[in-house]
Design a protein around this ligand. Structure first.
Ligand SMILES: [Zn+2]
Length: 138
């Protein structure tokens, strides 16, 4: 099996049920947090009771922006730079989260159903592909 490196360790995992984002949820009010939070920030919440939670894989694209030019350092990418779509996703389990959209289609529109995937980002480190979470229109 080819080795992979997560762009940031501990934010996502390939579980037996498929890819999931690793966050937390307040057991008292149900508020969802990603990345993991140590306390609940819901002003209407009486008691912060944080528990680890997995999020995904299904959701809907709420909004997006096309990244048409290369990001400044320390962002890394392989030449030639390829524009990509960055989406804001409403996951079915209550989390609104940012993520790249999978694929080259830059005409995708808000409202489409998406699914969480773990895929190569856009560069390698010492020959090892760097992977991140993305959302694939379905
Ligand atoms: Zn709460």
């Amino acid at each position: 099996m080819a080795a992979e490196k997560q762009v940031v360790e501990g934010l996502f995992a390939e579980t037996s049920a498929g890819p999931r984002l690793l966050g937390s949820r307040c057991a008292s009010c149900g508020a969802a947090y990603f990345p993991k939070g140590s306390m609940c920030h819901n002003p209407d919440c009486d008691e912060s009771k944080m528990e680890d939670a997995e999020f995904g894989p299904k959701g809907k694209l709420w909004s997006l922006a096309i990244q048409t030019y290369p990001p400044p350092p320390p962002a890394k990418y392989d030449e030639p730079y390829k524009p990509y779509a960055m989406g804001v996703i409403d996951l079915d389990d209550g989390l609104r989260v940012l993520g790249r959209l999978s694929g080259d289609d830059l005409t995708v529109q808000p409202g489409v159903d998406v699914e969480l995937v773990i895929e190569p980002l856009c560069h390698e480190e010492d020959g090892t592909p760097v992977v991140t979470w993305k959302f694939k229109p379905v």
